[in-house]
Ligand binder design. Structure first.
Ligand code: GN1
Ligand code: MG
Length: 356
């Protein structure tokens, strides 16, 4: 496949098209990621930042640097892979309209796209919990939101109703049932607003994209090694990270699965996720936060369903699609997953109580 990477980008880091091999990797919706291998078998990750999503790439670079500097002083043994500087000492390379960065490749690790073993859930959740825990005393006001309002549920709901007011009537007709479901669950937004600003629901440094492919696990024994993809490392609430783990670890099939019969939750993965997260975070979560553990899943899954539905109504301007109704199908998938949480509420809450 023709990768079409301009040599200037490689030259910025001291490579040439002749001296490296490039291969596209990763499954994210947003950035483009390449594995770069040198003649001497050294590996790096080269990434193009999507600037229509991340309008201020410097905010990402500055956040990551501020956190890296703090960790270097307070937790020097913690592995936190950060961008490698260009030959002129920059954290990103600005080329034409794009920003690029080069990251170290961590040997003997794999970023998985799906979970096949509850240990992976435990280890991943532990890694994300550990990051927030090590940064518990870090001043979150030093970090800039890289996407303003990213996980603000009330704002996401407003975006949904705005899209609804503007949407083409055929799209609205096709999405009728999902629109009704979205409106029906509005109480999740009201509930979120009721404690959003409470003192016992503090801002913390959150990753905000805790799917399994954003954590490196040891290839042989699945031990957690470190988290990656730090674009949305910014102040937030713990429900963002734990909720996105529930959204992406509990079901054996992804948001792209269209057979809704397959959208079920795996209780052993739920338990492993909660245990892994609490193995780090139990000592710092407030009582209010502990009461919101199950809510975190509802909050994120509902928000993701709204985001897919909004994008469908907007004519698919944000998430790449493989066919026209894909965002609507993704919304259906996420509403089914949300329903699974409600149906299993009692047993899930019991598992949480046992883990606390
Ligand atoms: C996007 O493509 P990826 O995995 O980095 C999105 C997340 C969504 C996810 C859904 C910046 O993440 O918030 O949860 O898609 N990231 C951004 O698959 O919008
Ligand atoms: Mg991402």
């Amino acid at each position: 496949m023709e990768l079409n990477i301009n040599e200037e980008i490689l030259l910025a880091y001291g490579f040439t098209l002749k001296t490296v091999k490039l291969q596209q990797i990763g499954s994210g919706h947003i950035n483009r990621t390449y594995l770069l291998s040198t003649q001497h078998h050294k590996k790096f990750v080269l990434q193009q930042i999507n600037t229509s999503v991340f309008k201020d790439p410097h905010a990402i670079a500055n956040n990551v640097k501020a956190v890296a500097d703090y960790l270097k002083i307070h937790h020097p043994n913690y592995l936190f892979p950060t961008p490698i500087s260009t030959l002129t000492g920059k954290l990103m390379f600005h080329f034409e309209d794009d920003y690029w960065r080069l990251l170290p490749f961590v040997d003997d690790t794999t970023a998985y796209d799906t979970l096949s073993n509850p240990k992976q859930a435990y280890e991943a959740a532990k890694q994300f919990g550990k990051l927030s825990k090590l940064l518990n005393k870090f001043d979150t006001s030093l970090l800039k939101p890289t996407i303003p309002g990213f996980h603000d549920l009330a704002w996401r709901y407003e975006q949904f109703t705005f899209a609804l007011s503007k949407a083409d009537k055929h799209l609205k007709a096709d999405a009728k049932q999902q629109i009704e479901t979205a409106l029906h669950h509005h109480y999740i937004v009201d509930y979120y607003k009721s404690f959003e600003h409470s003192k016992s629901f503090p801002n913390r440094v959150m990753h905000h994209d805790t799917k399994i492919s954003n954590v490196l696990l040891n290839t042989v024994n699945f031990d957690g090694v470190c988290v990656i993809d730090l674009d949305t490392l910014m102040p937030g609430k713990f429900i963002s990270d734990l909720g996105d783990m529930m959204r992406t670890y509990l079901c054996a099939f992804s948001e792209n699965e269209t057979d809704l019969n397959k959208i079920n939750i795996r209780l052993e993965y739920f338990e492993a996720t909660i245990k892994g997260y609490l193995s780090e975070m139990a000592s710092i979560l407030t009582d209010t936060e502990k009461e919101l553990i199950l809510f975190s899943g509802k909050y994120i899954i509902y928000m993701q369903a709204l985001r897919f539905l909004t994008d469908y109504l907007n004519g698919n301007v944000y998430y790449p699609i493989a066919y026209p109704e894909q965002n609507l199908d993704r919304a259906k998938n996420q509403f089914k997953l949300l329903n699974e949480l409600f149906e299993n509420e009692k047993i899930l809450q019991d598992i949480i109580e046992e883990c606390l």
